[in-house]
Design a protein around this ligand. Structure first.
Ligand code: AMP
Length: 192
């Protein structure tokens, strides 16, 4: 809808794993346990990705930055390229709902499209509607890893809300509704 690319740090790490690259091997244990991948690895991967040609008209970063060091590295790199972060979109969902969504989440091995067993099931069991790839439950959507991910989110990522708020860049949407409702709220939040 925005005419710009979706760049997800998690998707990029999962792609590295599928391709068996050194980065893929390095991040495997962190990801399985729901730990954050070290900043230098994550920052380098993202800054490299957003220099590719398809990003020249802008991009949406998803899952990045998650720490102060990442936010600062992003600002520094963008400053050098005479670019800025326009908006930081905060999709606010309470923890209970978050856990419910992750418990039932299925994603496509090939194209990473997410589904949910109850609220957004695929037309055909176990098969991606978009590319016919195989759907699976992410290892880090299991309860122990989810608990750790939520804990790290509260400790390391929530402080970034103030970082962007003080810069006047934070826009918040209520993420509790249906996919359509949240999508609509996001479109409105980005409209001006
Ligand atoms: P996600 O698909 O965004 O839920 O990310 C899945 C996993 O990839 C996370 O639990 C981390 O292990 C790793 N990861 C993704 N993005 C980052 C990031 N910005 N910083 C550190 N680790 C990340």
């Amino acid at each position: 809808r925005l005419g710009c690319v979706h760049v997800s740090s998690g998707d990029l790490f999962r792609k590295h794993q599928v391709e068996g690259t050194n980065t893929g091997k390095l991040v495997e244990t962190y990801m399985r346990r729901g730990e954050l991948v070290p900043d230098h690895v994550t920052i380098q991967m993202i800054l490299q990705r957003v220099q590719e040609n398809d990003c020249t008209n802008g991009y949406v970063l998803d899952g990045f930055p998650r720490t102060f060091a990442q936010a600062q590295a992003l600002d520094k790199a963008l400053h050098e390229r005479r670019e800025i972060v326009d908006v930081a979109l905060y999709i606010n969902v309470d923890q209970e709902e978050l856990v419910r969504r992750l418990n039932g989440r299925l994603i496509c091995r090939k194209c990473q499209t997410p589904f949910h067993e109850v609220t957004a099931p695929p037309s055909k069991f176990g098969v991606c509607d978009d590319c016919s790839g195989e759907l699976y439950h992410r290892e880090d959507d299991k309860p122990d890893a989810v608990r750790r991910r939520v804990q790290l989110y509260l400790e390391q990522t929530v402080p970034l809300l103030d970082y962007y708020r003080t810069q006047g860049k934070l826009r918040e949407v209520n993420g509790q509704g249906s996919i359509d409702e949240v999508g609509h709220a996001m479109t409105l939040a980005l409209a001006n």
